[in-house]
Design a binder for this molecule. Structure first.
Ligand SMILES: Cc1ncc(COP(=O)(O)O)c(C=O)c1O
Length: 388
């Protein structure tokens, strides 16, 4: 395993200011306390084009593919004062403990499809855990090499798992945004390609494929709810890092006829660029702090995600590490393996639907006592074994 300082300064860095995300050094409007809730009920009326249909067929063709479980949790419905709660359990997705392989595999498939020579490739990426492991796994499976830049704060077990996939791992002494810059800088040689799950100006094609790949998760939820006779959800809670998964959620639910669910973005209080940007009304990178929600520890919203989230997200809030860890334990008791990033969805819905502010927030989300809620449990405990 190698080490690098990353590329956090503005001097001597080969990337331009409009390229890979750069730590801003500025908290969101440090002069006033950051609000912890943002709502835009008009988002449910917004519409966008659907994701491409061929993604599902691609995932279906993978030998290890199977839909992940959608587990009903009546005790959570009672606690939250809603009709039904379902947990989409991504703790075992394509043989990995998080949803990320859906995007990485589809993107790598598209990258390789346009390689004329079939010559070996090095797949380069930065990660705060799960995406890097997915890239490393698919590289090994396809006989390619992977070089993964792992940001500070990723659980040692998660970093070791990436190495265990046969990838070359470089630990970055810095944030996720710095790791992204280090990875982008490393893609210089021919035969080396960046497979990053966040977009910036001039780097949008691969992240768009990654977002497309996530569409399978939502298509599965539709089919599973229909099979359960449950109808359409009223609220879907999505853990947010750079916002690509939330972009996929908005794209799925806002590209259909009829009034879709309210979509709730949940970020750690230590790293909440989506909330800061939504409040400001323009992209606003933030300085991140330590959080057990390592996969959500990102300082900059993806350039592709931002316009979609701004228009199509109903609400955003933040949760603390303690709330996420408690939610992970509670999901574990219900038989759903959950790491703190995955459990952020439950922690976020608890914050939105219970407590003193709940009546107004329920109104913002149009969530009544009979509402059906879907929580995206995006990682299992093995992915990010904090508190284990
Ligand atoms: C477990 C988990 N949940 C949610 C997310 C958030 O996805 P995104 O960065 O696309 O917002 C990540 C990102 O790495 C993750 O690892």
């Amino acid at each position: 395993m190698g080490w690098t300082e990353g590329c956090g300064g503005t001097q001597g860095c080969p990337m331009t200011d409009t390229a890979a995300p750069r730590p801003s050094g500025s908290r969101p409007d440090a002069s006033s306390p950051a609000p912890s809730w943002h709502a835009r009920p008009a988002a449910r009326e917004w519409r966008c084009p659907p994701p491409p249909a061929e993604v599902r067929a691609f995932h279906n063709s993978l030998p290890e593919y199977a839909p992940t479980p959608l587990t009903e949790a009546p005790s959570l419905a009672a606690e939250l004062g809603v009709g039904r709660v379902f947990v989409k359990d991504e703790s075992a997705r394509l043989g990995l403990p998080a949803f990320k392989a859906l995007g990485a595999y589809w993107a790598v498939h598209r990258v390789l499809a346009r390689q004329p020579s079939g010559a070996p490739l090095e797949l380069v990426t930065a990660t705060d855990g799960n995406h890097g492991r997915a890239v490393a796994r698919i590289a090994r499976r396809l006989g390619q090499r992977a070089h993964v830049f792992v940001s500070h704060g990723v659980h040692p077990g998660a970093a070791a798992a990436i190495e265990g996939e046969g990838a070359r791992v470089t630990r970055v002494r810095g944030s996720y945004d710095q790791a992204v810059r280090a990875a982008a800088d490393a893609v210089r040689a021919a035969g080396s390609v960046l497979v990053q799950d966040t977009a910036w100006e001039g780097y949008e094609e691969v992240p768009a494929w990654i977002v497309e790949g996530y569409s399978t998760l939502f298509a599965e939820v539709d089919a599973q709810l229909a099979a359960a006779g449950a109808g359409s959800p009223h609220l879907v809670a999505v853990p947010v890092g750079v916002g690509s998964l939330a972009q996929a959620a908005v794209t799925h639910y806002r590209s259909r006829d009829g009034r879709g669910p309210a979509l709730l973005a949940v970020e750690p209080t230590a790293a909440a660029p989506a909330l800061a940007s939504l409040v400001r009304g323009e992209p606003l990178p933030v300085t991140t702090e330590e959080t057990v929600m390592a996969g959500l520890n990102c300082g900059t919203v993806s350039r592709l995600a931002w316009p979609v989230l701004r228009q199509g997200l109903d609400a955003a809030l933040t949760v603390t590490d303690a709330d996420a860890l408690a939610a992970a334990l509670d999901l574990g008791v219900l038989g759903v393996s959950s790491g703190p990033c995955g459990a952020a969805a439950l922690a976020g819905v608890r914050a939105a639907l219970t407590g003193a502010a709940a009546p107004a927030r329920r109104e913002d989300l149009a969530v009544g006592p009979h509402a059906m809620v879907v929580l995206l449990n995006t990682e299992g405990r093995e992915a990010n074994p904090h508190g284990a």
